[in-house]
Design a protein around this ligand. Structure first.
Ligand code: PHE
Length: 339
């Protein structure tokens, strides 16, 4: 038995293991239940008592040596596979997700850019407003049915504090502070008490425009809007102004553009009319100028207001308004290349 043990010891010392297959071979040969070392341990029962101590020690040394050798090579092989993964420079890198602009921001920025080429600058105002800036100064008489045109969220009653229903409130704030000439656009979020559906939401975004100076006429308004429509939707775009009513403009109009999906021929989007409505506009009512401290004999002006969601729908053909506020990354990602 002693000879057998010394033979195995030198055999084990000489072994060099290079891969997983060889490691497994080593384990089966020496360390498994049916391996050489276990067989020797079985034979230990027949060893005469006086030799038991010596043989026992030798057997244990053999077992430990084999075990150590096995662990040593096992570690080596594992480390090698790990570091070879790290060194593989052809492996694809982890993707870094970059954010993208919201489609409404893309369109708002484009609108601002177009009007800034005509000398308009940006003004902003609060979303929580009072009755004066949203209605009274804009020529909505108290208790007048015109107030029902815009269903309002009230925050406090007497005095009325409310969420602005349109960005026209910013017009009032600027006219109260600044002397003409005034040439501004006012982007912002507005709120209306509407049932949420694919076509309406309780909040949306508008861009308002205001130009006040001496001798401003409806022709200036029309030319400005034509320039905007062609810059935004392409040079073949046609515009059409229809008479309308807003308490703060006189005369008032609504503007349609030729449907940019069918080129004006008629499709389901434009309900086969060839035209789609995009904004409201008009000459600022002299009453409004006077209420804001501007002499209406000396100055005239025009104003217009449009919904950013509507313009975005026309540009990107988004069918459901709710998509804009759902934060679905699959939807938002689609606009990342259009900044
Ligand atoms: N404030 C109007 C609306 O929200 C739009 C508008 C603005 C109309 C300016 C005329 C002039 O419906």
């Amino acid at each position: 038995m002693k000879e057998k043990i010394t033979k195995l010891l030198s055999e084990i010392n000489a072994v060099h293991i290079k891969n997983k297959a060889q490691l497994e071979e080593f384990r089966l040969k020496y360390l498994s239940k049916k391996g050489e070392i276990s067989t020797l341990f079985e034979g230990f029962k027949q060893v005469p008592n006086e030799l038991k101590k010596e043989m026992g020690q030798l057997l244990n040394t053999l077992k430990n040596e084999a075990q150590e050798k096995f662990s040593h090579f096992q570690n080596n092989i594992n480390n090698e596979t790990e570091s070879s993964n790290l060194n593989d420079l052809t492996m694809p890198a982890d993707p870094i997700e970059t954010g993208s602009r919201h489609p409404l921001s893309i369109v708002r920025n484009e609108i601002i850019e177009i009007f800034s080429r005509l000398g308009f600058t940006v003004s902003e105002g609060p979303e929580i407003e009072d009755d004066w800036h949203v209605f009274t100064a804009l020529n909505f008489p108290e208790e007048h049915p015109a107030r029902d045109m815009q269903d309002t969220f009230f925050i406090e009653k007497t005095p009325d504090i409310l969420l602005r229903t349109h960005t026209s409130s910013v017009q009032v704030r600027v006219m109260e502070k600044q002397k003409p000439p005034i040439r501004i656009i006012m982007p912002g979020r507005v709120f209306r008490h509407e049932v949420i559906s694919a076509r309406a939401h309780c909040f949306f975004h508008q861009v308002e425009g205001l130009y006040i100076d001496k001798n401003i006429s409806f022709a200036d308004l029309k030319q400005t809007l034509l320039y905007f429509a062609r810059e935004m939707f392409g040079e073949n775009t046609q515009i059409r102004l229809r008479p309308s009513y807003f308490p703060f403009t006189e005369p008032s109009a609504e503007m349609d553009i030729s449907c940019n999906l069918c080129g004006g021929k008629g499709c389901t989007f434009c309900k086969h009319t060839g035209w789609v409505e995009i904004l409201g506009c008009g000459m600022v009512d002299p009453n409004v100028l006077e209420k804001c401290g501007i002499n209406s004999k000396e100055y005239t002006g025009y104003a217009f207001g449009m919904g950013i969601e509507r313009i975005t729908n026309l540009k990107f053909q988004v069918k459901d308004l709710r998509m804009f506020s759902e934060n679905d990354i699959r939807f938002l990602k689609q606009f990342s290349n259009t900044i």
